[in-house]
Write a protein that binds this ligand. Structure first.
Ligand code: COA
Ligand code: AMP
Length: 629
């Protein structure tokens, strides 16, 4: 069906459209209607249904005779391991794990934090929670103990499931000491922890609190799927906001099932049985939607890849995985391609593999620069599909719906609005702007099924962050424009969020850490352009009066502080000491102007600037670091 027919079908009858898509889900009790708007502008979908996510992602495929099909391929160049798990095995493994969790008291609605690397057990832990109706919250392994502690205190989990270690090239990430330290730091204490001992590092367990993954499953009754209400939270996933307190995005169960299932064919163009690969991490929303839930709900085979685009062992590793496992659709972040292109500019490694199985490449998580897209098109010889979405939304909102119709690709644009969205570009007063004019990207409420109904424990913050600036609309936090053909262009964030190697990070959170250094009186963190990672955080430090310590030493200390407090994923390595920060007369730091100077772009002198001379000082400091050319 042509894209415009699908989109118009949604527009003519949004509720009918989603009720139709809901037929692909196995309900315990089918929803009697789609939208629940009694509490608008807080909306819910399919609230009166009863359903179980694990049943839909696992058991129903076994019941339908697909038990022998591979559900999960584990390919770990970092440990030299390959393994496949069929749907039948997955069902048994998940049912046993869920049974063991239930035996220790985990029930519907309890929170469980999962802190694990890219191993199949991470998916099994997520599915075991879903089986019981427990609400998981996966925490990315690149975060430090403090970030884990913040999430423990917000989600108040009854249990934490972790692995003994993660593996980064040349380095073992010692998860267990990080976990122990996080539990020490947190006010809330979980009842128990389950530790998956990896052979690369066996962790010391704390008697009475920690259980061994295998041992604690011994002799338990496998658990059946527990039906939950359609609006029951499937999971909480924390994402960066403007402050150090992350936002707990709540994912509602029924809408999540319906919407993800719809995207697998309509956007990713795979049929049940096809191999789908998202090279991301379960700690991010891409990992939730397109490593775990989307492909499994749709009956695909998913790949758990534990490695990097380069160096594990070479820039041909993606091509090896695609060709070896017959991948149909492949999803990754543009930064991964930039890393490969840097090491293999002529695409020599691509030619070593037969990639005829691959039908399309999907990129998201950050802006896909046209040069990277062209390189991928030229070497892979398949459509390269940029698409845009956010943790909050859970699945693509702007895309090229390849399964309906491959629309013309315009480099630099993730293409057009998907059903559920009618994006507009507005000015600060909420007035709609004409085509090709930069402004804030908004879409009218209600958002479609599966998107966030609220933030965990923070409804006021939800309303303030997304619903208040432009009443009646969802504020995406991104700025961009729409052309005459309805193609969106995403240009920048409107808040203090930056995007480093496809990872969403808060400069506000980094500033809070820098400000805690005893010699720092004031600071600012901005995102500066980087050829590989898209952006990198860069800190400016104003020191306390009378501080005459060596600046290099202070910079080293704040870099370590961010790594220890937020984690290596912050990639915070650049900082400089300056005398003053440029501000408006009312005292607001002019971060956006600093970014423009750093990136050597033209800028308009802000009318409200207090002292323009400070900008010259900032330029000089940036030039000394190789920026502001
Ligand atoms: N656990 C622990 N540490 C982690 C981690 C994890 N799961 N993931 C990353 N880190 C660490 C890295 O080891 C690195 O540490 P270092 O400072 O000691 O080198 C640091 O966090 C920064 O990581 P990253 O920004 O990813 O840089 P990198 O140099 O390790 O790798 C790329 C660069 C481009 C290869 C890598 O960013 C990549 O593969 N990106 C793909 C993006 C992606 O999957 N995004 C997900 C959203 S779609
Ligand atoms: P996350 O919530 O981590 O998925 O990050 C979402 C943010 O990443 C968006 O709000 C954008 O700022 C950015 N982003 C995601 N996909 C794209 C894309 N295709 N093009 C440009 N920016 C993107």
């Amino acid at each position: 069906m042509a894209y415009k027919d699908v989109y118009n079908a949604w527009k003519a009858d949004p509720e009918g459209f989603w009720m139709e898509q809901a037929k692909a889900i196995d309900w315990v009790e089918a929803p009697t209607k789609a939208l629940f708007d009694d509490n608008a502008p807080i909306y819910e979908w399919f609230s009166d249904a009863k359903v179980n996510t694990c049943w839909n992602a696992v058991d129903r495929h076994v019941e339908a005779g697909r038990g022998e099909q591979t559900a999960i391929i584990y390919d770990s160049p970092i440990t030299h391991t390959k393994r496949t798990i069929s749907y039948m095995e997955l069902r048994n493994r998940v049912a046993n794990l869920a049974g063991a969790l239930r035996a220790k008291g985990i029930e519907k609605g309890d929170r469980v934090i999962i802190y694990m690397p890219m191993i199949p057990e991470a998916l099994e832990a997520m599915l075991a929670c879903a089986r019981l109706g427990a609400v998981h919250s996966v925490v990315f392994g690149g975060f430090a103990a403090h970030e884990l502690a913040v999430r423990i205190d917000d989600a108040t989990p009854k249990a934490i499931i972790a692995a003994s270690c993660g593996l980064e090239p040349g380095r073992v990430v010692h998860y267990k000491p990080l976990l122990d330290s996080a539990i020490d730091q947190a006010t809330h204490k979980p009842d128990f922890c389950v530790i998956f001992q990896r052979e690369q590092e066996v962790a010391r367990l704390i008697e009475g609190r920690d259980y061994n993954w295998h041992g604690f499953q011994y002799g338990v009754e496998p658990a059946e799927c527990v039906p939950v209400e359609g609006n029951h939270p499937a999971y909480i996933l924390y994402t960066s906001g403007t402050t150090g307190q992350p936002k707990g995005v709540v994912r509602p169960t029924a809408g999540h099932l319906v919407a993800l299932n719809w995207t697998m064919k309509n956007i990713y163009n795979v049929d049940p049985g096809d191999v789908f690969w998202a090279a991301s991490d379960v700690g991010w929303v891409v990992g939730h939607s397109y490593i775990t839930y989307g492909p499994l709900i749709h009956g695909n085979t998913t790949i758990v890849f534990e490695g990097k685009p380069v160096g594990t062992p070479d820039p041909g590793t993606f091509w090896r995985v695609i060709s070896e496992w017959n991948v149909r659709s492949f999803f990754t972040a543009p930064t991964a391609f930039r890393a490969i292109k840097r090491e293999d500019p002529t695409g020599e490694y691509v030619t070593k593999y037969d990639l005829s199985c691959l039908r399309a490449l999907y990129l998201a998580g950050e802006r896909a620069d046209p040069e990277t897209i062209r390189w991928a098109e030229q070497h892979l010889n398949v459509p390269v599909i940029d698409h845009w979405w956010q943790t909050e939304l859970g699945y693509p909102a702007v895309a090229n719906p390849v399964g309906n119709e491959l629309l013309p690709v315009k480099h630099g644009s993730p293409a057009v609005a998907m059903p559920g969205y009618e994006f507009k570009i507005v000015d600060e007063g909420g007035n709609t702007l004409p085509p090709n004019t930069l402004g804030a990207i908004v879409t009218p409420l209600p958002l479609p099924p599966g998107t966030l109904p609220t933030l965990w424990n923070a409804e006021a913050r939800y309303r303030k962050s997304y619903l208040t600036t432009f009443p009646g609309y969802y504020e995406t936090g991104d700025a961009g424009m729409i052309d005459e053909d309805g193609y969106l262009y995403i240009m920048a964030r409107t808040d203090d969020v930056i995007n480093v190697a496809g990872h969403r990070l808060s400069t506000g959170a980094m500033e809070e850490v820098l400000a805690s250094h005893p010699d720092v009186a004031e600071c600012a963190v901005i995102g500066v352009g980087d050829d590989l990672k898209g952006q990198l955080p860069l800190g400016f430090l104003c020191l306390n009066k009378g501080c005459n310590r060596d600046h290099d030493q202070i910079v080293k200390e704040v870099v370590k502080l961010v790594r220890d407090q937020i984690g290596p994923v912050a990639a915070f390595k650049l900082a400089t000491v300056v005398d003053r920060l440029p501000k408006t007369r009312s005292g607001k730091i002019l971060r956006a102007t600093m970014v423009k100077i750093a990136d050597s772009q033209d800028f308009k002198m802000p009318a409200t600037i207090d002292d323009p001379v400070i900008l010259d000082e900032i330029r000089t400091a940036l030039q000394a670091m190789g920026y502001a050319k």
